[in-house]
Design a protein. Structure first.
Length: 318
């Protein structure tokens, strides 16, 4: 089953409860004698006319250490995310993207998205395919860049994670995770439909181990821009959080139809340059990537992050 097919058809993604997510209250369940009536759910009362998200930081790489509580604030819901400028220079990322293209025969082509590397989001429930591919991908990643790309991502996560060590997780007896995936969105068609990580990372079997070791509810997404397209390809954040999501949105699969339903909510594009990094609560905020136009692909290098269950470290993976 392909990655996009998993998004569209994976069972259990519409009603997800994890131990650190509040259980629905008994009051939310309609009484037996009025079962024929449709209850008014709080999630349908979201004001679609709100014009902006919450707080967002925009800062240069040199200042990340001034925001050591950023990850804690993101989990607490007082910060939506951050744009970190100049984590890499253009040549550092261009070198990696150029070398990745030499392995085009190893790319995973999903049509509107093309991946260099494997990703847990597309893995089988037992993760056997993921762990089989990971060693080769990890060796490739080490060869792509002339700088310690993965190490610098870890440096940023440690700086904004209160000094906690940042590491790529391993599963005992299985192997190491992959720290990054390079995603190519082809021109005139490449896009990513609206989604949140909460709708799949807390229910799919492939995330079982991560749920054991990390705080996956309201987890983080990160990426570095490797190449900007001629036009389009913007990451847009909807002014809508998972907990407030109307039932008509949750009922739909990741698709153009759901994108259309979400158009009634405000959305904010995030403008990033090559070498900039974004870190945001992709688990909670609805987001999508707009269609790419022109001659150039949209290229990003990234993955996901979360605090460990004991909150002593930051994990990152793809």
């Amino acid at each position: 089953m392909g990655l996009l097919d998993r998004f569209r058809s994976k069972p259990g993604t519409q009603a997800v409860v994890q131990e650190n997510q509040p259980e629905p209250s008994a009051a939310a369940t309609p009484a037996t004698e009025v079962e024929e009536e449709t209850p008014s759910l709080p999630s349908t009362e979201v004001d679609p006319n709100r014009t902006r998200l919450g707080e967002w930081l925009d800062l240069p790489f040199a200042e990340v250490s001034n925001h050591s509580d950023a990850i804690e604030r993101i989990y607490a819901g007082t910060l939506d995310g951050m744009s970190i400028r100049g984590v890499f220079n253009e040549e550092e990322v261009a070198t990696g993207v150029r070398r990745a293209r030499t392995h085009a025969d190893e790319f995973n082509d999903y049509g509107k998205q093309i991946f260099f590397g494997t990703a847990i989001v597309g893995a089988d429930d037992d993760r056997a395919d993921y762990y089989a591919a990971a060693p080769v991908i990890n060796d490739r990643v080490d060869e792509l860049f002339d700088v310690d790309f993965v190490g610098r991502i870890g440096q940023v996560l440690t700086a904004v994670g209160g000094g906690r060590p940042a590491s790529v997780p391993s599963e005992e007896g299985r192997g190491d995770y992959v720290p990054i995936t390079i995603r190519f969105l082809p021109p005139d068609g490449g896009l990513m439909h609206a989604h949140t990580a909460n709708e799949f990372c807390n229910s799919w079997g492939s995330y079982e181990h991560l749920r054991q070791i990390a705080r996956m509810w309201n987890s983080l997404s990160y990426f570095v821009v490797g190449q900007r397209p001629d036009s389009g390809g913007e990451l847009v954040l909807y002014d809508l959080m998972w907990d407030d999501t109307p039932e008509d949105v949750r009922a739909l699969p990741m698709s153009e139809e759901r994108d259309g339903v979400l158009e009634r909510f405000g959305k904010t594009p995030v403008d990033l340059q090559v070498g900039d990094m974004i870190l945001f609560t992709g688990g909670r905020i609805w987001h999508r990537v707009e269609p790419v136009h022109g001659e150039l692909e949209r290229v990003t290098i990234g993955g996901f992050a979360a605090l460990s269950q004991d909150e002593e470290q930051v994990y990152f993976w793809s």
